[in-house]
Design a protein around this ligand. Structure first.
Ligand code: LLP
Length: 463
């Protein structure tokens, strides 16, 4: 991402430090629609509203910090993905991004399927009524107990991640007298241009079975030979927060090549391929994500072309977007506490949350935007670092951003695009209480995941 080191425009300090920040927006009061959910706007008093409700009311009713999830936007994004891929493909929402029973019901109503990767996610999905055949079960180290539950529930597919798991799942299914539908996760050897910790298709990492050295072909041989398994396809997931479609195209090409090799060796044309998730979203004004219809077209064009070249019947495609659906639909609302100007450096703005509700900045060097949302301001922009209340200096929520220089304790600020991997990766560090998730829709707000309480902490601490 190219960003200017020294922004033009008004300054708070005489000297601006080196950093990765763009020039401040011409008007800090304008909410960039790229990073905010669709029903977010400012009301006549200048306060941010979502689903028609002003943040001051939300803060009063639900407290801060809290995640506010724009349900209409979530549903619209589900529909956009489903429409873009059409009836001949399947969209699996990746529950790891954020999962709750309400979300499962929305997915079910909007016609999406669900990818889960743990017993906990599976329980949530089943409890909220997701039909088991619309669930895919992932993971590089599913326990025997988890596999038993998934097979017993009748999940639509288990994505096999290792040779040992091929045998484990086959054994469990056979003992139960069923044939479990499975895919094999292959590592296609693509270097996705994203943070090392969220790239998954290069060879030196824990996921999948490598294509390059013939391991994937051997996994297919074994899976086809086992009675307990019905091999329906091949799966590839190359990483996360990816904007460049080139990686997906290489991955699709390699997966189709494998299908052709399987056809040549076994005389079987596997009916499905899954190209995983990983599509990027806008966290800041510099990010330019693709729309679902562009993604669908790019993927289906490449698969169709490669299949024609290999004289294969075009398989059914599935995709697993998590972040691209839920990420843009929520923001985190914080109350400003201590403000500490460091002359010649930047101003540290402390909020009432931090790395316990958003670990992504500390973990992946992720970039976020921030805005003053309880009011507007005509004060000049000041360079800030939004930090949490935890006991370490890496507790940063937004590394470099501009807020109005008249910012004061008690103001509400919000960080947009926190719907994915924030609540789901939240922790109790320093015995922080994980914030609630509040769904807002058409003038109504309701808690879908409640705030933790100190009683919750003590209940786990059995002494
Ligand atoms: N499918 C598979 C097999 C996956 O492993 C993942 C994400 C997805 C789909 C969904 O990817 P998405 O569309 O949400 O990017 N905690 C990191 C992201 C880790 C993603 C892990 N797998 C973050 O906060 O950026």
């Amino acid at each position: 991402m190219s960003r200017s080191a020294h922004p033009a425009g008004p300054r708070h300090a005489d000297v601006l430090p080196e950093g990765h920040y763009s020039a401040p927006a011409a008007d800090l009061n304008v909410l960039d629609e790229k990073v905010w959910s669709r029903t977010v706007t400012r009301d006549a008093d200048g306060a941010l509203t979502v689903g028609g409700i002003a943040v001051a009311r939300l803060a009063e009713e639900f407290g801060t910090p809290a995640y506010f999830l724009d349900e209409s936007d979530f549903r619209a994004r589900c529909r956009a993905w489903a429409d873009a891929f059409g009836p001949d493909a399947d969209v699996f929402y990746a529950g790891k991004a954020f999962l709750s029973r309400a979300v499962v019901r929305w997915l079910k109503e909007e016609g999406l399927n669900l990818d889960v990767c743990s017993g906990g996610e599976l329980t949530t999905a089943l409890d909220a009524g997701m039909p088991a055949d619309r669930i895919a079960f992932h993971g590089n180290n599913k326990t025997v107990a988890e596999i038993e539950r998934a097979v017993e529930a009748g999940v639509g597919r288990i994505v096999l991640d290792s040779f040992q798991e091929i045998v484990r799942v086959a054994h469990i299914a056979q003992r139960r007298g069923v044939r479990q539908r499975v895919q094999i996760r292959v590592t296609v050897g693509v270097e996705a241009h994203t943070h090392e910790f969220i790239a998954t298709a290069h060879e030196d990492q824990k996921f999948g079975i490598a294509l390059a050295d013939g391991q994937a072909a051997e996994a297919v041989r074994r899976a086809l030979s086992l009675d307990g398994l019905e091999l329906i396809g091949v799966h590839s997931h190359i990483g996360s927060q990816i904007f460049d479609m080139a990686g997906f195209e290489v991955s699709a090409r390699r997966v189709v090549q494998l299908l052709a090799e399987i056809r040549d060796e076994h005389g079987v044309e596997l009916p499905e391929i899954d190209l995983g998730g990983g599509l990027g979203i806008a966290y800041t004004a510099d990010d330019d994500p693709r729309e679902p219809h562009e993604i669908a077209k790019a993927l289906s064009d490449i698969v169709t072309r490669e299949c024609e070249a290999a004289k294969l019947r075009t398989p059914r495609i599935s995709v697993e977007p998590g972040r691209a659906i839920v990420g843009p639909t929520a923001f985190t609302l914080y109350e400003v506490g201590t403000i500490k100007p460091l002359e010649g450096l930047r101003t540290y703005v402390s909020v009432d949350g931090g790395m316990s509700d958003n670990i992504r900045t500390a973990l992946y060097d992720a970039e976020y935007s921030v805005a003053l949302v309880s009011r507007t301001s005509d004060a000049e922009p000041m360079l800030v670092r939004v930090v949490g209340k935890h006991c370490e200096s890496g507790d940063i929520v937004v590394k470099d951003a501009f807020l109005p220089a008249d910012l004061a304790p008690g103001d509400l600020i919000a960080v947009p695009a926190t719907g994915a991997y924030c609540r789901s990766m939240a922790s109790n560090y320093n015995h922080a209480l994980r914030p609630p998730v509040v769904a807002v829709r058409e003038g109504e707000a309701r808690v879908i995941v409640r705030r933790e309480t100190e009683e919750d902490l003590l209940r786990l601490d059995v002494g």
